[in-house]
Design a protein around this ligand. Structure first.
Ligand code: NAI
Ligand code: MG
Length: 360
């Protein structure tokens, strides 16, 4: 019997629309070639900055609740000039991640063949690590306020509070240890700034030490975030699973993807690991207004996020095949401009689909 997966598609803004369309082409190809094993049923949602300009909100009132009916959410990017970034991000992406308690954000950093990297490590081809980002609280708890609301009187005060709960720290740290157990080296690196942030991040460190005692088979390491930024560049071979707070992992993942070539190739998954709500798959990059509408965006981050989605849906073989097809494509030098090539978005997708036929 054919397995049907219901996917909510939210292309969002800017290049988000372009790269999600490419991802769907690849998913359709896989479904077609599956000989009836599975198919995807998509519902497209127009939420984003254009929707906001028309309706005064980034998502419909019942939008987050509607998402619960799906097996997964495939997301582009949100944000465009004309709508303040904090309005668009909180109104759509964070509304979904936090509303559906997608508390684990997984961001692999991989050095793809043929992609010029910004790191001179002798064994760069074999480097890959995975960032595990706390995705429900921390610096993005949204707690705070402002007085005088920007009246320009020079008296403004703003408070932005980070929230660290023992439960929130424990579940993401435990998730990192479980992830490490599935990997070769079995090592977890925890990143905080607990010398300066003496409450929340000290709690994180304490929970890390407590949970680590339950995983004697996993090697551990603890770093301050500033030193970790340097470590990413100087000793990437020391990294395998890196777990950090919402803000720190956000920053470090952009650094990681830039080192591996470009923001355009980085994939991610926002997971509710208990499976109570659907998970959401999206590239790490934003809506890239500087290149939007030109057909030159790199689709790999979003297509590789579809591979994470396939894996999550239990289509492990197809996920692997897609990832290999991406590697084969970059290996042959089919690259967009951000990674030193001259190919357009659609050329890269076409090559990935062609390589899929070879690997499947
Ligand atoms: P960005 O990731 O959109 O762009 C940063 C740089 O990377 C730009 O030079 C852009 O051209 C390049 N780039 C990004 N994606 C690319 C791709 N697929 N192919 C080739 N080059 C690519 O970040 P920026 O400029 O800080 O933010 C733009 C908008 O995106 C803002 O409104 C921001 O709030 C939003 N944003 C949304 C995110 C999301 O929806 N998850 C994440 C990050 C930013
Ligand atoms: Mg980011």
């Amino acid at each position: 019997m054919t397995k049907k997966f219901k996917i909510a598609v939210i292309p969002g803004d800017g290049v988000g629309k372009e790269v999600v369309a490419e991802g769907i082409k690849v998913l359709d190809h896989l479904a077609q070639e599956s000989n009836g094993k599975f198919e995807f049923e998509y519902d497209h949602y127009p939420w984003g900055c254009e929707y906001y300009l028309e309706h005064g909100k980034m998502i419909s009132d019942d939008g987050v609740e509607k998402m619960r009916d799906y097996d997964a959410i495939y997301f582009g990017a949100v944000g465009f000039p004309g709508v303040p970034d904090h309005v668009s991000l909180w109104g759509l992406r964070l509304a979904i991640c936090q509303g559906l308690d997608q508390w684990a954000n997984i961001r692999p950093v991989e050095f793809l063949p043929g992609v010029p990297r910004r790191i001179t490590h002798p064994d760069a081809d074999n480097l890959n690590w995975i960032l595990i980002r706390e995705n429900s609280e921390g610096e993005y708890s949204g707690i705070g306020g402002r007085n005088f609301d920007g009246r320009g009187e020079g008296k403004e005060v703003a408070v932005q509070t980070s929230l660290f709960t023992e439960k929130g720290c424990e579940r993401i740290i435990r998730f990192a240890f479980e992830t490490a157990r599935t990997r070769k080296r079995k090592k977890v690196t925890s990143v905080t700034k607990s010398n300066a942030q003496q409450y929340g991040m000290v709690l994180w460190d304490e929970v890390f030490e407590r949970v680590s005692r339950e995983y004697p088979d996993v090697e551990t390491d603890q770093w301050l975030v500033d030193a970790m930024a340097a470590q990413f560049v100087m000793h990437p071979e020391e990294l395998e699973v890196v777990v950090a707070s919402n803000l720190f992992a956000d920053i470090l993942s952009d650094l990681g993807s830039a080192l591996s070539g470009s923001l355009g190739i980085a994939s991610s998954a926002n997971l509710n690991p208990e499976g109570r709500t659907p998970s959401m798959f999206e590239s790490v990059h934003g809506s890239a207004p500087d290149i939007a509408g030109k057909g030159i965006a790199n689709p790999i981050g979003t297509i590789d996020s579809a591979s994470l989605m396939l894996d999550h849906l239990g289509l492990e073989e197809e996920a692997k095949a897609l990832h290999e097809a991406i590697r084969a494509t970059t290996g042959k030098g089919i690259l967009t401009r951000d990674i030193g090539g001259n190919y357009d978005t659609e050329d890269v997708t076409g090559a990935i689909i062609e390589n899929l036929s070879v690997v499947t």
